[in-house]
Write a new protein. Structure first.
Lengths: 98, 551
């Protein structure tokens, strides 16, 4: 999957199958096929160039019960918010846009 | 406190306007991220894991009540209602929006604050003793000279692109509470035989992946010559420091490579140039700066206060708070009061907007409108009358700010770690919370006595683990958080580098490991022997054996 931050707010976002950036990791598109990954990265690059997002990265993901989630703890924390002050994190407001 | 003059105000306001223009151009796409990144960093704006992070400078850790109120207002209006006080005596906001940062900077400028030089390869915020101007053991208040250095280093064109970041710390007391030997330059204020102020100059200290304790290159430089001498050090470093490898670019690497004696000779040679140029500030200007740091008019009062002693006799926690959280003041009947930001159920260094407002009110009512930020991530009321301690305690209790643990094991330095920081490899905050929970009993903490635990979530060492009596370093071991224990470090006048004990522990093992280390100390200590003294006497062997078994 591809993770990035919105330019204007810094909010963590994930590239979805609809070519939009979503705040929730379970809406991210995942792929293993090299050609598909290249297409996804091309979209990310276009939005980097268009100054919509910054710091885009292709990251490892896994699916549990068909729900996508980053594999590495760093990106899991990015997806879910800090594991402390969860009263203020994405846990209580996953749609928070910054 | 120092008050901006027309020049200070003009350059800070101009900087806000400039950054507003830069942000607008970035949003419109007229600047690329590559072009914009150094601009935002020069204004303290990072991109972290979840959002942007704004680091606001608190020069030498000194704030007025009104400035603290403004920090609270910014937390409330532009962030999520809290801020994080750091080991650089600064404050960080974790959730600002890029588009709102010019407004934040404008609001800061209104109260003579800014975020310049809180990032980038320049001279950073100068830090000092959080009890400066108040401590009974102090030779002289180091803040006038800290302010002089702030003015000299702010927007200094020659030193805007150093090989790497550069940190200066000053202590005005022989008991070092500013960790000066761990800084790029550390200054120890002294007086010569004629009573004139000057400084011992230490260079090449630093933490990170290569921890080094700084070395003295000059025993005494008069304060009137200080700026030209600092200029000479910076010039030698700027010319000869490595730029080919980020990890070898700090001045400590240069000083180690050349040897402190050779480095000192180079500085002396360069100083022959700088000291004959009109860089040094005239005595009249130094005197002008000193006038802003005139001690408050404190009345000499009784050191023994019945109301405090009576309460302490019947309330162990209050007695502990008085014993641990107050520090001897120059004026009898007064203390400097540490407001611990280490509640056992909280986050080290965090304060809510409401708490900041409470501290601002207390500063106005009880401490001549002064607050300090300590590098140990606490807040200080520097000038408090002892007879008002009980009143203050009761107000702090209501705000969740009366934790009686200053200087004890749970008064930990803890970096933001992997919960917030893009550089971190492991979380620090939850480990700190678990340790605080394990050692929650005040009588047990008091029995363990002075113990500085410092924790970093990566090798960059923002949590000062190299200088911890107990240091904890979080690492990534094949994708899993793992925690190494170090022992025997000190950030004080007896500075020492903590020694790694052995392989790390998983997150669910590290608290037990800390408890094991403490148990060895309790079992081995001699009467009145502190943890650090015991480690130095015993060496690390008994602690290693307890953790890993006999070799």
């Amino acid at each position: 999957m591809i993770i990035a931050n919105r330019l204007d707010t810094g909010r963590v976002v994930f590239l979805g199958a609809d070519n939009q950036w979503h705040t929730q990791a379970d809406k991210a598109i995942t792929a293993t096929d090299e050609t598909v990954l290249e297409d996804l990265w091309a979209k990310a690059q276009a939005d980097l160039d268009a100054n919509i997002i910054i710091d885009a990265q292709l990251i490892a993901a896994e699916k549990n019960d068909h729900v996508a989630m980053p594999s590495h703890i760093k990106h899991i924390i990015q997806a879910q918010g800090p594991t402390v002050r969860t009263d203020l994190g994405y846990q209580v407001s996953p749609d928070w846009e910054g | 406190m120092y008050a901006y003059d027309t020049y200070d105000r003009a350059i800070i306001n101009a900087r806000v306007d400039e950054f507003r223009d830069q942000v607008n151009r970035r949003i419109k796409g007229e600047l690329s991220e590559e072009e914009f990144r150094p601009m935002r960093l020069q204004n303290g704006l990072y991109l972290q894991l979840h959002a942007y992070m704004l680091r606001v400078a608190v020069p030498y850790g000194t704030l007025s009540g009104e400035q603290m109120n403004r920090l609270a207002h910014i937390a409330r209006r532009y962030d999520k209602g809290y801020g994080h006080f750091t080991t650089r005596q600064n404050i960080q906001y974790n959730w600002p929006k890029l588009v709102e940062t010019p407004d934040i900077l404008a609001e800061l400028a209104e109260v003579e604050m800014h975020a310049v030089q809180t990032s980038g390869n320049c001279i950073r915020n100068v830090t000092t003793d959080h009890f400066a101007g108040a401590a009974r053991d102090e030779i002289a208040d180091p803040r006038p000279i800290a302010e002089l250095i702030r003015q000299w280093s702010t927007f200094h064109p020659e030193f805007a692109f150093l090989p790497r970041k550069f940190k200066i710390a000053i202590t005005g007391a022989p008991n070092d509470r500013a960790a000066v030997k761990w800084h790029d330059i550390g200054l120890i204020l002294k007086k010569d035989g004629a009573g004139k102020i000057g400084f011992e100059v230490i260079v090449g200290g630093g933490m990170g992946r290569t921890p080094v304790i700084g070395k003295t290159i000059r025993d005494f430089i008069p304060e009137t010559d200080l700026i030209s001498y600092l200029e000479a050090i910076l010039r030698v470093y700027n010319e000869q420091g490595r730029r080919d490898n980020k990890y070898k670019a700090r001045i400590k690497i240069l000083v180690e490579a050349l040897g402190a004696d050779v480095f000192a000779d180079l500085v002396e040679q360069e100083w022959q140039n700088t000291k004959n140029n009109p860089i040094d500030v005239p005595q009249a200007e130094i005197d002008r700066i000193y006038t802003f740091f005139t001690p408050p008019p404190l009345e000499v009062l009784e050191d023994v206060v019945a109301v405090v002693d009576e309460k302490a006799a019947s309330d162990f926690v209050f007695a502990s708070w008085v014993a641990n959280n107050t520090h001897a003041h120059k004026v009898p009947g007064h203390v400097s009061l540490t407001i611990s930001l280490k509640p056992h159920d909280g986050i080290a260094g965090d304060a809510t907007a409401q708490q900041m407002d409470v501290v601002a009110d207390l500063a106005r009512d009880y401490s001549h409108n002064e607050v300090r930020v300590s590098h140990e991530q606490n807040l200080i009321l520097p000038h408090v009358a002892k007879h008002q301690l009980l009143e203050i305690y009761q107000k702090l209790e209501l705000a969740g700010l009366a934790t009686a643990n200053a200087g004890l094991l749970t008064d930990m330095i803890v970096c933001p770690g992997l919960d917030y920081c893009a550089l971190a490899n492991a979380r620090s905050i939850p480990i700190g919370q678990a340790i605080a929970k394990r050692f929650d009993d005040m009588k047990r903490l008091q029995d363990i006595g002075p113990l500085k635990l410092k924790m970093s979530g990566c090798i960059n060492s923002c949590g000062h683990h190299h200088a911890g009596h107990i240091g904890i370093l979080g690492v990534d071991r094949r994708g899993v958080e793992n925690y190494q224990i170090l022992l025997g470090g000190s950030g004080e006048e007896d500075a020492s580098k903590a020694q790694l004990l052995g392989p790390g522990f998983d997150a669910d093992e590290i608290v037990d490991a800390v408890e094991t280390v403490v148990a060895v100390y309790l079992g081995e200590r001699r009467e009145a022997e502190t943890f650090l003294s015991a480690v130095r006497r015993l060496g690390v062997a008994p602690f290693k054996e307890a953790l890993y078994g006999a070799a």
